[in-house]
Design a binder for this molecule. Structure first.
Ligand SMILES: [Zn+2]
Length: 351
């Protein structure tokens, strides 16, 4: 019996085997399903992880992007602040608000750079020229104006413009002596940067002619100008005791340039007369020397600074002997158009 299976036993054995096979298949299926599910689960997981990663990346890139502006704005800030401090230092008390404005574009990043500088450059440009000639209302906030018998004036910042285009007149004065490096031309001193142009002009003017020039006045310090003015004011007060202080002051200023308001304080202006005519008088214009200078000065970078009939703009009467160095480009235009330095600068929105 034991060696032979009965039909019933065989049938049961077959059932068991089928059950086992079924179980194995089910197990396999479960394993496959589990694997498949795991894979499916893994995929979104991977996607999620990669999304995370990309988010992280994007975040990090955002961070890096956002950090860049921060960095750049920081560096711009720091440079801006240093610039602003520099500009404030350089301009000191003259135009603190302006120098602060001009530092803003540096502080901000790209966008502001494209917009704000334009604003900041426009603003000073549009206001400053107006200041130099006719003080505008907007300039009142930025510039400290003073007033005396000559009218309203401000102290200029010599570092705020090109050295050759510095504007010195009754409304725009030097507060103190400029740091001028001078060279001697005959018995007069001039800014060494104009020496060569002056020498060339006068040599060319004398060549093959009977013209003989004499530089009779050059650089004068503000201190010397003060002494000259005070001395002349004293003489006027002595001679005309009935004048009020303001009247005496105005009369003195009509003859002697007020300290800080004279171009001779810059070293860029010279009074040139003729050896045969050494008076600083209107008649000098009739000399061959004066005519040649007027016709050719621009070729050397000089202008006739106080033309006839422009006293209302320059503040000084006609002086056919007073020449001012401004550089060849500016001189060519000023002399060709017959305009003044004040007008030339105002047209360019220069201080
Ligand atoms: Zn002069």
């Amino acid at each position: 019996m034991s060696g032979h299976l009965t039909g019933k036993q065989r049938h049961r054995r077959i059932l068991w085997m089928r059950a086992i096979v079924f179980c194995v298949l089910v197990c396999l299926l479960i394993v496959l399903i589990v694997l498949g599910v795991t894979k499916v689960w893994n995929d979104p997981g991977e996607k999620a992880a990669s999304a995370d990663a990309s988010e992280v990346l994007s975040e990090s890139s955002e961070e890096s992007e956002s950090s860049e502006p921060i960095e750049s704005s920081e560096s711009a800030d720091s440079s801006g602040s240093s610039e602003s401090s520099k500009s404030i230092e350089s301009s000191e008390s003259y135009k603190p608000s302006e120098s602060y404005e001009s530092s803003e574009p540096a502080e901000s990043s790209e966008q502001p750079e494209s917009s704000e500088p334009a604003e900041s450059s426009e603003q000073p440009e549009s206001s400053e020229p107006a200041e130099s000639s006719k003080p505008s209302e907007s300039s009142e906030e930025k510039i400290t104006w003073y007033e005396d018998a000559l009218g309203r004036y401000r102290y200029i910042d010599p570092d705020a413009c090109d050295w050759n285009l510095i504007l010195v007149n009754k409304q725009n004065r030097l507060a103190e002596n400029l740091d001028v490096h001078t060279a001697w031309y005959g018995e007069e001193e001039v800014d060494e940067r104009i020496y060569e142009a002056l020498r060339q002009m006068l040599e060319d003017g004398e060549r093959d002619s009977d013209r003989r020039f004499l530089v009779c006045s050059g650089y004068r310090t503000v201190d010397l100008q003060t002494y000259l003015f005070e001395r002349f004011l004293g003489i006027i007060k002595e001679e005309s005791p009935s004048l009020t202080p303001d009247e005496a002051y105005l009369r003195a200023a009509s003859e002697v340039a007020y300290p800080g308001a004279s171009e001779h304080n810059t070293g860029l202006a010279v009074d040139i007369c003729a050896v045969d005519f050494q008076l600083l008088e209107r008649e000098f214009e009739n000399t061959s020397e004066a005519k040649w200078l007027k016709a050719h000065c621009a070729e050397y970078g000089f202008i006739l600074r106080y033309p006839d009939g422009r006293e209302d703009i320059t503040g000084y009467v006609y002086e056919p002997w007073h020449f001012r160095y401004v550089g060849k480009d500016a001189a060519a235009e000023i002399m060709e158009r017959g305009i003044t330095l004040e007008e030339y600068l105002a047209e360019r929105n220069l201080p």
